[in-house]
Ligand binder design. Structure first.
Ligand SMILES: N[C@@H](CCC(=O)N[C@@H](CS)C(=O)NCC(=O)O)C(=O)O
Length: 218
């Protein structure tokens, strides 16, 4: 079987890495992880040594008889994992639900700039006082509306029932809400708690706690 290598950034901070890793983890495909510490003088050089992709993480690569492959975007990594492991349930099997799940994932992938800028992921930390930053509350409100819609339509406990791509894409958001002490409405609290308690998220967090690097959040 093909073996993959996944290049990720600091587990404490790299939200896109977390998404790529969660997708690979759910797929069950065998892969090894390489970590490149971000925001250091040698970061770009270490990324360049891994592949010819742009200097960003995550990057998935596979070398060997199955053919060489480099995939340098979290959503593309998830799609590849879903194609190679269709039984893993990354996407709902029903085409209508799948289309809706893709819209949810695409909204995360291309939006929520204020949330991402002012509340960078810091999964092992607790930081107060960020909700007043420009645009942040609007992003939070949109996340709440989106989660509420999915949970009402599909019955929970996750956005499309079982743990899947949509939850993977919003896992760093649930982690941010916990880190930045965002008050989550009562009806959505069980979802947020279930995401941060998911065994794969816990596995990632346990490694983040062990990481030696400390990055100052301004
Ligand atoms: N759209 C990309 C975004 C990747 C991205 O921006 N990654 C950040 C870390 S979370 C990064 O590599 N930053 C390093 C840098 O900008 O030097 C994806 O989904 O993979």
């Amino acid at each position: 079987m093909d073996r993959y290598r996944l290049l990720i950034g600091n587990r404490n901070h790299s939200s896109w890495s977390l998404r790529g890793w969660l997708a690979m983890r759910l797929s069950g495909l065998p892969f090894e992880v390489e970590v490149v510490p971000l925001f250091r003088d040698d970061t770009a050089a270490r990324m360049a040594a891994f592949s010819d992709a742009p200097a960003r993480v995550p990057v998935l690569r596979r070398d060997g008889p199955g053919g060489d492959l480099v995939v340098w975007d979290s959503l593309a990594i998830l799609e590849h994992a879903a194609e190679r492991a269709p039984e893993a349930g990354l996407w709902p099997t029903d085409p209508d639900l799948r289309a809706e799940a893709r819209a949810v994932v695409a909204e995360m992938h291309s939006g929520f700039t204020a949330l991402r800028t002012h509340m960078p992921m810091a999964i092992r930390e607790r930081i107060d006082g960020r909700q007043g930053r420009p645009g942040v509350q609007a992003d939070i409100d949109r996340v709440f509306a989106l989660w509420r819609r999915c949970l009402a339509r599909h019955g929970g406990p996750f956005l499309f029932g079982d743990w899947s791509a949509a939850d993977i894409f919003f896992a760093p958001v649930a982690a941010r809400f916990r880190s930045y002490l965002v008050l989550v409405p009562e009806d959505l609290a069980p979802y947020t708690e279930a995401v941060v308690a998911h065994p794969h998220v816990r596995e990632w967090e346990a490694e983040a706690v062990r990481e030696p690097w400390v990055v100052e959040i301004e």
